[in-house]
Structure formats: structure tokens, C-alpha cells
Write a protein that binds this ligand. Structure first.
Ligand code: MRU
Length: 364
């Protein structure tokens, strides 16, 4: 997508063909910084400390991390150690494990001497595939927006609420939840997006708002607690969110607070859609609440808020008393019964085992 006049992906191969450049998302929206990753350890830190984040982008970064490891040591032992090291960086988004398994499945059978080139090739393919999956998700989601737009009075926008950042910054390009929105805008459909700020790390306020601004998409930033009120007053036509892991039964794990939005949507008859590429489906898990590991992050993410001061410096300020402990579960699970549909690259499925299997019959 665009940053100024230039097209960017969130991750791209450096000119030397070995390192990768990423947008360091910790500084947005205040500063646009690009950093270079070239070692396994740098890739692991970038994922763990959220220089890159969002389930699909975490997966692609991990794939390149495996390639960096092969440049250093292409042995079986190093391959397994790299898989383990990257896997433990963030526990909830299943795209991480999916990408690591893909890399190991390609590299494992090869002689060590052939692994390096194969690793860069597969990592590059995973990045390209992600872009294509998201573009296709966009075309399916666009159908829903078109239908809602057709029922609105002329000139009235379709009001869409989204949570966290499931935009192009969370993927390689397009985003998942945002892909239908960008395509709708391209088609000339009037849309307006309510952006949840998404405490504690404010991915909505800092990332989604920055993206939408950059693409001229009308939007309004709201506090996380405002969504229910807006829905009660008929101000939201649909909700679209992304997901870090969706179960074979259609339960959706996503950024903390998603569940509350789904409850409010159900209570107010607002359609609640989840956009996801198939690598986000964990076919081994049925009950999302019982089985998905929820990442518990540092309590300082709750107690400290980052922003830019009047002098232009990026600073952190403490908003709670010294000594007050903070809890920070980073994700929650929205049960399938609250979800109107799952927008995948193969079409829109009911959030149910039958719904998903009808689109992915090979998983029978
Ligand atoms: O903790 P984050 O910022 O990695 O969480 C991101 C989300 O929860 C996104 O909504 C999800 O990964 C879907 S991204 C297409």
C-alpha cells in the first residue's frame, strides 16, 4: 500500500538478497522508520518486541528468520533450533507455526548445502502468497459492503467498525479486515470506519488510523468502550476484524476486546465478520476458549502509554500509581455463535465446522 507516493510492503528483501527490511511499527504514526534484519536473533526480537506484528506478518518474518539461520548453519540441528527459537516468540498467532512448519517441510528433506537458496525462495513465496490471499479476501468482503451500500440512502456511507490493526501493516500488503474496505473505496463506494483505539498498545489509534489516513479513507477514532453505544444508535452497519487463530469450529481468537464487540454486535443485530487467510485456521483446535494459548504480555504495556509530546519527542508516560500491578492478556476468543461469517480467500463461510469444511473440503 502507499506511504506518501511510494508503494511499500511491510517486509521486503534487501538489495543484497540476504537481509530483509521491515517497517519498524513501534514508532508509527509519529515516525516512519525502516530497519534491516539479517540474523535469526534479530528476527526473533522483531517479532517478540512487536517491531512487526499481526499474525500474517509474524509468519513471514519468521520464515525469513529461518532463512537467516540457514545462512549461518544449514545443519539439521540448526534447523530445529531456529524453529524452536522463533516459535517461542509469540504463542497465540498460529500463522507463526504455520510458516515455520512450511519452512521445515521444504528444507528438512534437502541436503544442508541446498537449504539456503531454498529457504529464501520459500520465504519469498510465502510473502507473495500472503498478498494474493488478502487481495482475494478483499474481493469477497467487497460483496458484503456492496450489498449494505445498496440498502443505504444515496450519499450515506457504509459505517464499518474495526478493532486493532488487521490492515496492511499486519500482513505483507492489503491487510485482511481492511482489504474489502480499500477495494470498496477504489470502487467509489462511500465508507466510513470507526477505529477502536485498542488498548493497551493502541494498534487502532496508531496503526489503523495511520493507514486509513494515508489512503484517504474517512474514519473516526473511538475509545474501546464506545462501540456498544454506537451500535445501539444504529451508527454501525457492520463489524470486520482480523484473527490470530480461528478454530476448526469457527471460534475466533483476536486482539483483546474483540469478544466484547461481538457481544454488542449480537445484541444489536449488527453483522460481525472476521477476515482471515487460510494459514490462520488451526484445524487441530476445536474449542477456542479452552485450547488456544493466550499471550500474557508485560504489565508495563497497560501502565505506560506512548505518544509524542509538544516538542515532538516520542515519550512514554505512566497512567497508574506506582505499585499498582497490571494484567495484560493480549487476546480473547469470540465463540462461533456470535460471528456472522468468516471471509476467506475461498469465499465466505459460516463460522461452523460445516461452513469451513464446505470451503476447505480437503480438511475433511
Ligand atoms: O498483538 P498484535 O498487534 O500482533 O495483534 C494483531 C491482531 O490481533 C490482529 O487483529 C490479527 O493478527 C489479525 S492481522 C491480519
Amino acid at each position: 500500500m502507499k506511504v506518501g507516493d511510494r508503494h511499500y510492503r511491510t517486509i521486503w528483501l534487501n538489495e543484497d538478497g540476504r537481509a530483509v527490511d521491515i517497517i519498524d511499527q513501534r514508532w508509527l504514526p509519529h515516525e516512519f522508520r525502516v530497519v534491516t534484519l539479517k540474523t535469526l536473533e534479530e528476527a526473533a526480537i522483531a517479532i517478540r518486541d512487536m517491531w512487526v506484528r499481526g499474525a500474517p506478518l509474524i509468519g513471514v518474518t519468521a520464515a525469513y528468520g529461518m532463512a537467516f539461520a540457514m545462512a549461518n548453519d544449514p545443519s539439521d540441528k540448526a534447523l530445529d533450533a531456529a524453529w524452536e527459537h522463533l516459535h517461542e516468540t509469540r504463542p497465540t498467532a498460529i500463522n507463526l507455526k504455520w510458516a515455520l512448519d512450511e519452512m521445515r517441510a521444504v528444507l528438512g528433506p534437502l541436503a544442508p548445502a541446498d537449504r539456503l537458496e531454498a529457504a529464501y525462495k520459500r520465504a519469498g513465496e510465502i510473502a507473495d502468497e500472503d498478498t494474493e490471499l488478502n487481495r482475494t479476501i478483499g474481493t469477497h468482503g467487497l460483496e458484503i459492503i456492496r450489498k449494505i451500500a445498496a440498502g443505504k440512502k444515496p450519499g450515506e456511507p457504509v459505517n464499518i467498525l474495526t478493532h486493532c490493526n488487521a490492515g496492511w501493516l499486519a500482513t505483507v500488503d492489503y491487510g485482511t479486515a481492511t482489504a474489502p474496505i480499500y477495494l470498496a473505496v477504489e470502487e467509489g463506494i462511500k465508507v466510513h470506519v470507526y477505529v477502536d483505539e485498542t488498548r493497551p498498545r493502541n494498534q487502532g489509534a496508531q496503526l489503523t488510523a495511520w493507514e486509513l489516513n494515508g489512503h484517504g479513507v474517512p474514519h473516526t477514532l473511538i475509545v474501546d468502550n464506545a462501540g456498544g453505544h454506537l451500535m445501539q444508535h444504529g451508527m454501525v452497519d457492520m463489524v470486520i476484524v482480523g484473527t490470530d487463530r480461528t478454530t476448526a469450529n469457527g471460534d475466533v481468537c483476536n486482539k483483546i476486546g474483540t469478544y466484547l464487540k461481538a457481544l454488542a454486535a449480537k445484541d444489536n443485530g449488527v453483522p460481525f465478520y472476521v477476515a482471515l487467510p487460510s494459514p490462520t485456521i488451526d484445524w487441530t483446535v476445536k474449542d477456542g476458549v479452552a485450547e488456544i494459548p493466550i499471550e500474557e504480555r508485560d504489565g508495563d504495556e497497560v501502565a505506560l502509554v506512548q505518544g509524542r509530546d509538544a516538542s515532538g519527542n516520542i515519550i512514554q508516560v505512566r497512567i497508574s500509581p506506582d505499585g499498582t500491578p497490571s494484567g495484560n492478556p493480549a487476546f480473547d476468543v469470540t465463540p462461533a455463535r456470535l460471528i456472522t461469517g468468516l471471509i476467506t480467500e475461498r469465499g465466505i463461510a459460516d463460522a461452523s465446522p460445516q461452513g469451513l469444511l464446505s470451503l476447505f473440503p480437503e480438511r475433511q
